[in-house]
Design a protein around this ligand. Sequence first.
Ligand SMILES: Cc1cc2nc3c(=O)[nH]c(=O)nc-3n(C[C@H](O)[C@H](O)[C@H](O)COP(=O)(O)OP(=O)(O)OC[C@H]3O[C@@H](n4cnc5c(N)ncnc54)[C@H](O)[C@@H]3O)c2cc1C
Length: 302
Amino acid sequence: MTEFNPELIRKNVPLKDLVTFKLGGPAEFFYEAHNSDNLQAAVAYARRERMPLFILGGGSNLVVSDAGLDGLVVHNRSRDINLVDLDKHQITISSGFALAFVVTLAQQNGLTGIEPFTGIPGSLGGAIYGNAGAYGRCIADVLIDARVLFPDGSVQTVPNSFFKFDYRSSLLKTEPHIVLSARFQLEAGNCEEIRLKMDDIILQRHSKHPSCEVGCAGSFFKNLPPLPGEDRRRAAGSVLEQVGAKSMFYGGASVFQKHANFIINTGNATAADVKHLANMLKQKVMNDFGIELSEEVLYVGR
Ligand SMILES: Cc1cc2nc3c(=O)[nH]c(=O)nc-3n(C[C@H](O)[C@H](O)[C@H](O)COP(=O)(O)OP(=O)(O)OC[C@H]3O[C@@H](n4cnc5c(N)ncnc54)[C@H](O)[C@@H]3O)c2cc1C
């Protein structure tokens, strides 16, 4: 591991521009890790100094509190590993790469299996943390194994089963392990066909999601468990639509007109506005249907 230089830690760094919701307060201390060694060294430093630690990926699933985050925020931009094994149809890649980059890399190499992730923002590490997915496919379906940094500073390669993946969930939500890199199993495909599928998904997403200039963190609430006898989850968006969510707002936070499960920042929203609106929506769904919604986005900070 390289020597860590604490002088590269910056103080009181605004996080607003590093999260897709475009709101929230600063990081007390902030460090950008450009490779796996930097990442491990920064984590070791925070643990040695007993500082609270937060790993920031693409910031696309977060509501950062207005008061910001205590301790050290490590922005994971590690991109040192990027291997494509065309014989085995596998990709091994650092956790700081954007998921979008991995999807494109697979397409360019004629590897199919992850094109359903087209358009999901954020880093690979964040995608593993939340078992991101779309169009019937999730990270758990394609991950073989990953290199993980454990709280005691050791690094181990762990298999898919280690993560106890579930719907938008993994072991990482309860255990502070950090993903350094991951290996994916894909299949041989046709570059052009994969690209056409990706184009189709982009069109579908554009028709129902806000553009990237609009602050949001994707679907705000998790979809609901399937009804008895059905195997598909019920869209939280359709329940929200039925309670009139699309006309609801609070301060600078508003429900997106094309998708009732998206809360957007209309320009000057605070994290408190977003949380208040989310609670109004939860209350309405509980009152009207007796259903308890739970957040897919993560509230972080003081
Ligand atoms: C417009 C839009 C559309 C979206 N569509 C989808 C969708 O279709 N499907 C879907 O699943 N999600 C979707 N999302 C949500 C979001 O993009 C995903 O949850 C994404 O995987 C989060 O990754 P991130 O790097 O941004 O994580 P962040 O938001 O930065 O962090 C999320 C959590 O992951 C942890 N984390 C990050 N990196 C690591 C690491 N290396 N090791 C351990 N923990 C780590 C963080 O500490 C944090 O707790 C959407 C979001 C937006 C804004």
